[in-house]
Design a protein. Structure first.
Ligand SMILES: Nc1ncnc2c1ncn2[C@@H]1O[C@H](COP(=O)(O)OP(=O)(O)OP(=O)(O)O)[C@@H](O)[C@H]1O
Ligand SMILES: [Mg+2]
Length: 275
């Protein structure tokens, strides 16, 4: 792959349900290595299905068509073994509720070891220090203690950091993040977002980030896509999108967010927002 080649390149991607209903239509975009690209759009517009399609995990019975090149490798029609080799390895995932991604019966140590596929030649001490290092990289205060714990013993923010520690271990080229901070309080949200950016800097991974929060878009992404009814209605640099959206829908979305923010501020001002 030449350095200029896109990390991810989609052309005319569609996802069609068995009953003929279109979930994604004519999706085309490129992502450069190390780029942060945001995906926004109303509920049901196809954001999650877009991310899942990249991993061959879209809804059962639906047909994926078009072309998805990941580092030059065609993912549409790729077999399960090829896709499984990419998942959690070259492509890491971060979802809204990391509880579903972590095995409740295994300690954090067991789950982190699991993702280190190539641990041949690592003795116990070396393996341990890799895990501790990964947890330090995501600002975990007491890694040794954390390794002995089970997912239910951790807060949502800590579980999300465990997922990021997995990414540190495998150094993926692409991180797919679907509303990764929506379930977290504002302070924890900011920390996790900053961590994502620092890991991106450190490892050069691209981030495809689904969010409904335009504040998060502004903070994280250089470019954004707006989805509506499974189509891209607008794509461009974040600054333009957030100040002068080209499509009516982009403007509507921005207006809706501004009205919401206004409402929250008023609620706070009159003391009825914190009740
Ligand atoms: N497992 C499924 N089986 C059938 N239809 C599904 C399934 N998952 C999603 N859909 C449908 O696919 C479309 C796109 O859903 P998707 O989950 O991608 O939306 P979204 O943009 O992620 O929404 P949200 O913001 O609420 O997460 C919707 O019409 C949804 O009802
Ligand atoms: Mg979704």
């Amino acid at each position: 792959m030449s350095p200029e080649a896109p990390l991810l390149s989609l052309r005319d991607v569609s996802l069609t349900r068995a009953d003929g209903g279109a979930v994604l239509r004519d999706i085309s975009f490129d992502m450069a290595p190390g780029e942060v690209l945001a995906v926004v759009g109303e509920s049901g517009s196809g954001k999650s299905q877009l991310l899942l399609s990249l991993l061959g995990l879209a809804m059962p019975g639906a047909t994926l068509a078009g072309s998805i090149l990941f580092r030059g490798q065609q993912l549409v029609g790729a077999g399960e073994p090829a896709l499984r080799a990419l998942r959690g390895n070259r492509i890491a995932m971060l979802f809204q509720d990391p509880k579903t991604a972590l095995n409740p019966c295994l300690t954090i140590r067991a789950q982190l070891q699991e993702v280190l596929r190539d641990r041949r030649g690592l003795d116990r001490a070396a393996l341990n220090s890799r895990l501790v290092e990964a947890l330090r990289a995501v600002d975990m205060p007491d890694p040794e203690q954390m390794l002995r714990q089970y997912p239910h013993e951790l807060s949502g923010g800590m579980r999300q950091r465990v997922m990021l520690a997995m990414a540190v271990l495998v150094e993926p080229d692409l991180l797919l993040a679907d509303e990764p901070t929506t379930a977290l309080d504002v302070t924890t949200q900011a920390k996790v977002l900053d961590l994502m950016l620092s890991l991106r800097q450190r490892m050069g991974m691209g981030i495809l980030l689904v969010t409904h929060d335009l504040g998060v878009v502004a903070r994280m992404a250089g470019r954004a896509l707006v989805l509506r009814h499974g189509r891209i209605v607008e794509q461009g640099d974040t600054a333009t999108l957030l100040t002068s959206p080209a499509s009516d829908y982009g403007a509507e979305l921005l207006g809706a967010v501004q009205r919401l923010e206004q409402g929250v501020k008023q609620g706070l001002k009159y003391g009825n927002g914190a009740a």
